[in-house]
Write a protein that binds this ligand. Sequence first.
Ligand code: FAD
Length: 366
Amino acid sequence: MLYDYLIVGSGFFGSVFAYEVGKLGKSCLVIEKRDHVGGNVFTENLNGINVHKYGAHIFHTNDKEVWDYLNQFAEFNRYTNSPVAIYKDELYNLPFNMNTFYKMWGCKTPEEAKKIIEKQRNNENVQNPKNLEEQAINLVGRDIYAKLVKGYTEKQWGKKCSELPSFIIKRLPVRFTYDNNYFNDKYQGIPIGGYTQIIEKLLKNVKVKLNTNFFTDREKWENIANKIVYTGMIDKYYGYCYGKLEYRSLKFESEIKNIENFQGNAVINYTENKIPYTRIIEHKHFENTKTNKTIITKEYPIKYKENEEPYYPINDDKNSKIYKKYEKLAKNEENIIFGGRLAKYKYYDMWETIKEALKTAKNEIN
Ligand code: FAD
């Protein structure tokens, strides 16, 4: 055995793990099937703008340990996520707050807004929501559902809200203050200079092989280290023996615009069903970058097929049952650690991925 650990995947999970065990003298080899490190947090500098190649990534957490940890590797700015939604020719602030309600109904006080939402909920009289449509109406009333939830959600999941399970929307944040800050977390920001520098620092003393897929030479990789840290798809690892887990994928379409400022905000959601993309990202606003040109990316949700990137797990009953079977196999492995969003078949925010990697590395060391 040449290494203590073979790490499959150079996203946040694999990179944080490698850094932590490396500090204690353990040797790691990272293999990565893409032609760059970083997984989905990869940012690429194009025309002086840090482009979030796999969708907008805004760091936010309440966890001081993770926040302090990450700040060792980059300085963060004070970016606050305040997305805007466009429905037909109307423009609304998100998350749903007094600015949204004022625009929607002209009401100025929380009392007035609460009364309207309550009235709309009572009109529908939904007792036990059976699907996402009923659930959303029950939470925010008909108007907000129709203009700001329905089209966006149907594009996102490729199904009608009346056919989607209610559990997808457990809560819809409603705020009765004039506050457009999307997240409630204590710490929020974008690393100045992008995310890739953080990953590069984490992997500075680690051997990394890019363009290397674990499955093209599985036997070789299984015999190169004492333990494997696997951050790829768990169903693929087990040869889909219990069936394939389902995902939702995304297509990104980027263009350079010959103007300084295209939309005046980093994130604009398009909530109308007729427009095929869910949002447009204008990357320069994440870091307030001063350039003559700008880069925008349209984000289209698409059906997941093999060879597409698996972005969002579909954690419904059917897939959860399949995952549980794979999880059972994984728990019985002695020399393989499964970590990160694909191996755990779970949507993790960045801070959760980092937290899990820190915990896993600590367990290894103790
Ligand atoms: P990944 O980043 O996916 O890394 C896994 C790596 O393993 C990849 O590089 C992959 O190429 C590699 N790999 C897989 N299989 C193999 C194989 N067989 N051989 C070799 N290499 C392999 N989080 C936030 O906190 N804020 C946000 O705003 C936010 N926005 C997001 C937007 C989108 C569109 C998506 C999809 C996610 C977003 N996230 C956000 C979540 C964030 O991306 C994840 O928390 C984080 O990237 C997970 O890291 P990971 O290491 O688990 O997985």
